[in-house]
Every structure is written in C-alpha cells, then in structure tokens.
Write a protein that binds this ligand. Sequence first.
Ligand SMILES: Nc1ncnc2c1ncn2[C@@H]1O[C@H](COP(=O)(O)OP(=O)(O)OP(=O)(O)O)[C@@H](O)[C@H]1O
Length: 451
Amino acid sequence: MKSRVLAVFDQNTRFHKLIKALSSIHDWEPCLYGTFSGTINGTNKAARVGVVLLDKQSVQDPQYLTKLKQQLCGSRLYWLALLDTLELPSNGFLNSMLDRFFHCYQMLPCSVERVHYLLAEMHELHVWQRLSWPSTPRASSEALTIIGSQQTTSKLFDRIKRFASVDAPVMISGETGTGKELAAHAIHLASSRANGPFIAVNCGALPEGLAQSELYGYEKGAFTGAYQQRKGYIEAASGGTLFLDEIGDLPLPIQVNLLRFLESQRMMRVGGRNEFFANVRIIAATHVDLYKAVVSNTFRDDLYHRLNVLNIQLLPLRERISDIQPLAEFFFRKFRNEGGCCLWGISQEALDVMQSHTWPGNIRELMNRMRRAILHSDSPLLLPIDMGLEKRQKERYITSLELIRNQAEYRALCESLTNNSYDLARVASELMISKITLYRLIEKHNLKLSS
Ligand SMILES: Nc1ncnc2c1ncn2[C@@H]1O[C@H](COP(=O)(O)OP(=O)(O)OP(=O)(O)O)[C@@H](O)[C@H]1O
C-alpha cells in the first residue's frame, strides 16, 4: 500500500501542485484535505505524516494559529510546516508552535525533492516509533531517534527489528560516537524485553579489582566494607538488557565468568553460596578490532564467538556522507532553542564543509559542534566558522583527484562488505568486479574480513 500524506492547506494552488507532484514521482499518496475547518485528528486514519501550509496571512493571524494549535495538539502524526514566506517572521507564538508541534519546517519556494526527502524522513520515524513502542512509550523519544539517510537507516532498522525478535547476544562494532549504544537501546526497546531495564555499563571504566562485584553484586560481609547485600549490573538488568560497552576492556578473569553466565544464564554474587538464574540479554560493543585482541590473547576466543552471534557494524560518519545533512538538521532543530538563538538554518557552505570533514568523533562530534555553533553564531545562517571547520574547507581544495578516487573506492568497498555480510561473491557481483580485483582492493585498503 502507498504511504499516505495528509495535506492541510489553505487554498494555495502552488501547494496543491507540490503535493500532487510528490505523488507522481514517489510512492506517496496524498489525501488532500483543503482548508482545515473540521478536525485534523482522526480525519484520515491511513495518513502517517501531515503537511500544513502556512501562508503569509496565516503566520500573522493569531486566531488561525490558535485554532491550528488546538488541532495539532492531540494528533499522532508527524507534521511538516511549509511556510510560504521568505523569512521566518519574528512571532514568538509561531516559533514555539513550530518547535513543539512540527517535526520540521521548510520555507517556500523549495524543490519537490526536498519536500519528499523531509516527508520520507518523517515517515521513517513514524514507522520506527510504531515498531518500537507497541504499547505505552517508556523511554524518551530522544533515546530512540535514529537519524540518517533512507539508505542507511532502512538497513539499520531492518537489522534492529530482526535482532529484536530473537534473544541471542549481539555484538555492535564501530568507532567511538557512531551510535552503538543508541542501536543497542533500540534493539532493547523493540524487543519483548522493552518493559524491563536497559542497563549500560562501560567495561573500560570498571576498576579491575571491583569489576567482579560491580557486575555480579555481593553478599553482606563478602569483603571489608560490604555492609549489606548489593545487586550487580547483571542482576539489575534481569528481565531486560545489559549493554556492555568497550567489552574488549573486560579483565580476562571476568571474561571467563561472563562466558559461563552466557552459557547457563546462572550467576552467583561475590561471597554467595547459591547460584541463581538471571534472565538477561547481553548486547556488547567495541570500538577496537576485537578479533585482533583474540589473536593477541587479550580477549578470549570462546567469549568472542559466543558474543558475536549477531552483529552490527556501524560505519564511521566519514564513510556515510549521506547521513551528515539529515543529522546536522536534526541537531539543529534539537538545539535551536538553546540560549535564545534566532538562527534560521544551516548555510550551504557549512553543509559542504561538513561533508569534507573527517569526523574522528563521529556523530557525537557532529552533535557537539552543532550545539556549540548554535550558541556562538551571530549570523542568520550557521556558517563553517561557527562550527570551527573553516580551515578544513580550504584543505578540501588541495585534495588530489587520486585521493578522492581512493576515498570513494574505500567507501564503496566498506559499504558493500557490510551490506553483504562479508560474502565476497555477493560483494564482487554488487560492485561488478571480479573476485581477484576484489581481493586486490581489500589488500590495497587494508580492510578486515571479519564481519
Ligand atoms: N543515527 C543517530 N541519530 C541521532 N543521534 C545519534 C545517532 N547516532 C548517534 N547519535 C547520538 O550521538 C551520541 C553518541 O552516540 P552513542 O553514545 O550511541 O555512540 P557510541 O558508539 O556508543 O559511542 P562510544 O563508543 O563513545 O560509547 C549520542 O548522543 C547519540 O544519541
């Protein structure tokens, strides 16, 4: 079935044409609704996202805005505002409405492609929310908002959905800040354990001498200072999910115990005498190549295989450039209200510079740069200098064609290897190269073949 867009507009033929154009080029079926005089809520159950056109008169008309606000209040749709003005009017009521009730807004004129992109993003969110929150929402929506291009998120959502339907351990790998914890939390919330706890533990931050008691808990009198019984993280996650971040940093003796727990789901507190059952799903994450740790005997081979039953590899942001703009826009909307900023949007130069930055801190870095830039900017549009990325823009122009080719080759290989779960025959066929060429390229780019 086609996805449906509920369009609420105010007798504006241009808008009518825009919505019609969307349906002709993409899989959208608009249910045009005309001026809103009745109720929006429940008008069309099939609609998932809604569009409101605010023309020049509407944005200045408090009565119209109040009526619209009442309509949007109880609606369960994601809303896009199309503002038929060239500049956002300095109208506090309108601005707070845009922030509260609209997923995003766009000034007209803008291209059909742009509107389609925004609708697709909102549609994706809608599907995702329904998938993750079958009953009452427990977690804040922020914890679950996974943003990216359609291409990246659809694959990720598909994996999350599939992994959520089983109870096996999951290994998530990726550089720091690529969203490993977010993905783990999403699996938890989409699984039958959603009503149980999600406990995240950074194994690298566990003091070696205390790691055992922190994870397994202890009985009263187990050691000096154990004045009362205490549950560890594993027990605390009972009925839910334990997310073990930086699993490679887990001390070797604790790795043995964790393996035993994974095999039997049974555990014992430090100083305890009886083993008991703890119903916990383990999701582990690593930012280092865990296989190398296995080879160098700092990580147990058996635990590696036990944890690596299902895996997700999150690419660094520099290798998924199509995600940069949606993420930047998402963080812009998120932080725009901080510190009374009155920015209208992100400049094209800033978006261009973001595409050429290498993002060593990945999405976390993008988020922090956007937040800082929004606070510091004093121009109407966010500029590269606000993000502290100006210098890198200049570097871009001295990049040689060969370097650009190599980067593109590397990116295509990484994406294809991940998408095809490291099945080399499929990768070679997708990239339309021979297996021999594929081996040569893998060697040239020094790529790992473990999934
Ligand atoms: N796709 C995404 N959409 C929106 N926000 C994201 C996305 N990915 C990551 N983030 C945000 O970026 C920040 C870093 O993400 P997260 O903590 O999940 O990364 P990580 O890979 O677990 O990092 P680390 O390895 O350092 O623990 C978080 O605030 C998270 O909400």
